[in-house]
Design a binder for this molecule. Structure first.
Ligand SMILES: [Zn+2]
Ligand SMILES: [Zn+2]
Length: 417
């Protein structure tokens, strides 16, 4: 027996998965986003430059596929860098370029609840606009999606503002001084981060560190005048749009490319893994990818599997698309199978959901099977019906049956659909 790779999963029922993705696509199209598809394979250089060498993703969670001509190919661990790569590579002129993509991403990490090595994300980007109004619209849209469409109210929005590049450079000095004052109490990881990637100390899972960081200086209080104005606009506009949020000064979102707005949608129903959607502004990403273009952008992504975990206990509150009525053709013997296939072919051509039982079971057990499948009508084909060019149509809901001429069958079923 061969089993699936640890940390991957088979999805044998895709109803909930499709509901989430379809509803998201519908909403995104209403907000005038277009869908794009980028490759699963990307050069590892893309992530080394965008995410930063010191991030866990690049330093230990990459799936390396192969190395060809000095180019190392990996399975994409996230979608934003690839979307920006596509924007630059195709010299897109849209202002802004509002796009989204859905698909699998890969992380070579220890599997845990709600975290897979191959998982699916809906990734949304507004590329090439510095307007804070786009941050506001993106957050409002997501809050609408989670609150209204998925009918869940047990989540919170955490918000922080990281300022511009210069703000962060000067804040790093302030943070450094604070960390030095408490360095004998910090965990070993944080002591390394303090030297290599100082903002990431806030991502520490250690409780002692987190308690200390509650007293840390807050970057949103140390930003330049124009950033302070944007931070104020962001908070005021969100309140105006009735989007409630919690200011969370420790939220830095790990990756190196974020600046200004960062946010996470958080649920308490996922155990330790609380964020199911995150995003922010990433004005410096194009430069990190080697472009000299100024491409201010904002984006977000949410994990489909994490949302599924959140929604699974509440399936009865969701509205799934109505399945078409199923009709089952039951030939009594081998003799009627050819006719059954011909009738099924006619029904399929007429867009009727049809299945044919060809296993040669008894009529009784085939009817039981049809009932179990939730068939609307069972179409019985015995020797008598065969000769008379008729079908015995059994209504599986009320149990009544009537004889219909084969030539009238499609029209009859259409009239009942
Ligand atoms: Zn600034
Ligand atoms: Zn720590």
């Amino acid at each position: 027996m061969i089993s699936r790779i640890k940390g991957t999963h088979d999805l044998l029922d895709v109803k909930l998965f499709n509901l989430i993705v379809d509803q998201a696509k519908h909403l995104l199209q209403n907000y005038h986003f277009s869908e794009i598809i980028t490759p699963i394979l990307e050069p590892i250089e893309l992530y080394k430059r965008s995410l930063g060498l010191e991030t866990d993703i690049v330093s230990k969670e990459m799936f390396i596929v192969s190395s060809e001509n000095e180019e190392t190919i990996c399975l994409r661990p996230e979608a934003t860098a690839a979307t920006m790569r596509a924007f630059l590579e195709h010299s897109i002129q849209s202002n802004p370029w509002k796009v989204f993509s859905c698909g699998p991403l890969f992380r070579h990490e220890r599997p845990q609840k709600g975290r897979y090595r191959q998982f699916n994300q809906v990734n949304i980007e507004i590329i090439n606009s510095s307007a804070i109004a786009h941050d506001i619209q993106l957050i409002t849209m997501l809050e609408r999606f989670f609150g209204q469409i998925l009918k869940r109210d047990s989540f919170a929005l955490a918000l922080n503002f990281l300022g511009c590049y210069n703000d962060r450079q000067s804040f790093k000095g302030i943070l450094q001084n604070f960390l030095i004052s408490i360095q004998d109490q910090l965990c070993s990881q944080c002591l390394i981060r303090k030297e290599k990637n100082i903002m990431r100390v806030f991502d520490c899972k250690n409780q002692t560190c987190q308690a200390l960081y509650a007293q840390a200086p807050q970057i949103a209080q140390h930003v330049c005048a124009s950033c302070a104005l944007e931070w104020q606009q962001l908070q005021e506009q969100l309140s105006l749009l009735s989007v409630s949020f919690n200011y969370k000064p420790q939220l830095v979102r790990g990756l190196d490319y974020y600046d200004k707005t960062v946010f996470e949608f958080i649920s308490d129903n996922l155990g330790a893994q609380t964020a199911f959607c995150g995003g922010g502004r990433y004005d410096a990403l194009p430069q990190q990818l080697g472009s000299d273009q100024q491409v201010p952008s904002v984006g977000a992504a949410f994990g489909v599997e994490r949302l599924m975990l959140l929604l699974e206990p509440h399936l009865n509150q969701l509205t799934f698309p109505v399945q078409p009525a199923l009709h089952v053709i039951i030939p009594f013997t081998q003799e009627q199978q050819r006719l059954a296939l011909l009738l099924a072919d006619e029904m399929h051509a007429a867009n009727l959901c049809t299945d044919v039982f060809v296993e040669g079971d008894s009529v009784k057990s085939m009817l039981r099977k049809a009932n179990k499948m939730g068939a609307r009508f069972a179409l019985l084909l015995g020797p008598d019906e065969h000769t008379a060019r008729e079908v015995m149509v059994k209504d599986m809901v009320d149990g009544t049956q009537e004889t219909i001429h084969q030539a009238d069958l499609v029209m009859f079923l259409k009239s009942k659909n």
